[in-house]
Design a protein around this ligand. Sequence first.
Ligand code: FAD
Length: 299
Amino acid sequence: MTSVVDRIPGDRPVFSVEFMPPRDDADEQRLWNAIRSLEGLDPAFVSVTYGAGGSSRDRTIRTTGRVVKETTLVSMAHLTAVDHSVAELRNVIGWYASLGIRNVLALRGDPPGDVMGEWVKHPEGLEYAEDLVRLVRELGNFCVGVSAFPYGHPRSADLETDTEFLVRKLRAGADFAIAQLFFEADDFLRMRDRVAARGCDALLLPGVMPLTTPRILAKTVELSGAAVPPALAARLDPLAEDPAAFRAEGMDVTAELCERLLAEGVPGLHFYTFNRAKATKEMVDRLGLLPRRSPTAVG
Ligand code: FAD
């Protein structure tokens, strides 16, 4: 079973993709179409997010296990500490292991319903992602990732303490971190510098979502916690009523962001797909990230 770290060689950039567990049968079909159409492009790994409730969580386990069983892809399952006792977390990690899932993204998660609501840990659960990193490590030979926030996590007092806690969870046993969305390459690069300044050389992957629609732009604002920079707004806002022009400009903006990150030596790009493959396929083709061994036509 291959680990995520094994799939990021460092001598050439790679890409990876993130999916969400399907909500229903139609969604499942859409997800599998996306997985199948990306499989031939040889992403370094595919990850499946972990939801807030029981059935969605079961679907994460099922989907990630199915990726291991039915595809050639390396899969990574997310896991959060929300509403789980340590015994339940051990049980989920046990399921992951039994399904052949070797890679886990260890997260604290958000309070259900309101991401900025009060965080209350399960009475027999864990407080921070750092604790979950330790638990996953303790339970088997997993490759473990964590999240990182270029603008700082919304609950962090400032960037310095945020970086301190990021480095702590990496040192607790995480092999790499994946960054939340951000708008400008420097936002990510400054975070990388802050981490390096603390003597930590962990693998950091930027998270990218092609800006194909005004809705995705709004989602990027929501997830990143940052406002659209004025120069970017000046390029995209006038096109809000013209879907084709917005998409073309949004793809240009995304390609420029990725090109700068690659020029700065990032080892890979992690694409948030929302279970759709088209924009990611176009972007990896445009960036020249398709596999060397079998140049696959994008279509
Ligand atoms: P932590 O690292 O525990 O940090 C939480 C807060 O506590 C931060 O403010 C941090 O600075 C602070 N902190 C950390 N350690 C300490 C400490 N030792 N002492 C004091 N303060 C500390 N959510 C989901 O529900 N499901 C998913 O699948 C999912 N996938 C994600 C994937 C990525 C790449 C990213 C970036 C986010 C994802 N999230 C997901 C969202 C994430 O769960 C939330 O952002 C959550 O609020 C923070 O989780 P964390 O693991 O970063 O928490």
